[in-house]
Write a protein that binds this ligand. Structure first.
Ligand SMILES: [Zn+2]
Length: 319
């Protein structure tokens, strides 16, 4: 039991879920080997509702079921009755352009019966020299100009395209019209929401959702590149409403004090390189290797990361 009387819960890892996408990659090497892959895969979901818990008391359960049965132990006080982990982390593998799209904010999502909207961020794990993303509309855009540009297939020209370099962090708040070009591998952290309104798809035959796109779209938003802040042995990549994402390097033999922050809060640990384990007393150690994620519950037993080789860890904390 923890001080508050809630049952303690050990850290656990999750099996990624691979989502086929027409704009994805035929191979996710060296990040992942997709069992039985027969077409392009665009996304590796690391903390999706359907990702399977690999160890601990909920071994074999889907994450959503583990949360439903242990909401307070995993998410903390005030989360009674929750059935979803609030943040969805994914790795994106765009090899073609993704559609131009927009996500609703909380208020719009709730109007249509969903619990939350989608604000997201992308960290560039890899980037080829010509990789780019589109974040928001150019200053001259108006509702009428956007509608006309969709009709005559020129919407790309109204978007604000930015080059992507390895190590860049981009903030994409709900309401931002956005797209991702080919040539990068992105670590996406987002509110756990599946509402995407497609505005424009370069003539591909997928369905568009224009009415809701225009309802969700904001002409001006906070989206853009975010500068990292150095803070006591870690790099704060972004710290906004809904999430905080940090980058931490852990070396073998080192007990990284920066990782001890956020004790008592649910968090996701993602390994972008190296290998190691999340260890502690009273639970079987949890392997963390490249491309894999573990969840440390709010009411976790004392834990630490032991690196077998130098690890680059990304931590996401819901807030
Ligand atoms: Zn998006």
């Amino acid at each position: 039991m923890s001080e508050s009387g809630t049952q303690l819960f050990p850290p656990f890892s999750l099996t990624p879920y691979f989502s086929p996408r027409i704009w994805g990659a035929d191979s996710l090497a060296p990040w992942y080997e997709v069992p039985g892959q027969s077409g392009p895969v665009g996304e590796a979901w690391l903390t999706g509702d359907q990702c399977v818990v690999e160890n601990g008391p909920c071994k074999g359960m889907a994450l959503t079921e583990a949360v439903r049965q242990n909401a307070v132990a995993i998410l903390g006080e005030g989360h009674e009755g929750e059935t979803q982990f609030p943040l969805l982390m994914k790795v994106l593998f765009p090899r073609e352009k993704l559609s131009v799209q927009v996500h609703p904010d909380d208020a719009m999502a709730q109007k249509y019966g969903d619990p939350r909207g989608k604000t997201e961020c992308w960290y560039a794990l890899e980037a080829q020299p010509d990789a780019s993303v589109a974040l928001g509309l150019k200053p001259e855009a108006t509702q009428e100009k956007v509608a006309a540009a969709i009709a005559d297939h020129t919407l790309e020209g109204l978007l604000d395209w930015l080059p992507v370099r390895k190590g860049d962090m981009f903030f994409v708040d709900a309401g931002t019209v956005h797209a991702i070009g080919p040539g990068s591998v992105l670590l996406e952290t987002q509110q756990n929401c599946d509402l995407t309104y497609r505005m424009y798809d370069y003539g591909r035959p997928r369905e568009l959702h224009l009415e809701k796109s225009f309802e969700a779209m904001q002409l001006k938003t906070q989206a853009g590149r975010v500068r990292p802040q150095q803070q006591n042995g870690l790099e704060v990549l972004i710290d906004v409403r809904y999430f905080r994402v940090e980058r931490i390097v852990v070396k073998p033999g080192e007990n990284n004090a920066a990782l001890a922050k956020h004790k008592g809060q649910a968090q996701i640990l993602f390994a972008a390189s190296g290998a190691g384990k999340v260890t502690g007393e009273g639970f079987e150690s949890v392997t963390l290797s490249r491309g894999r994620a573990a969840i440390v519950p709010a009411h976790a037993v004392a834990w630490q990361v032991s690196a077998a080789s130098e690890m680059e860890i990304f931590r996401a904390v819901p807030q």
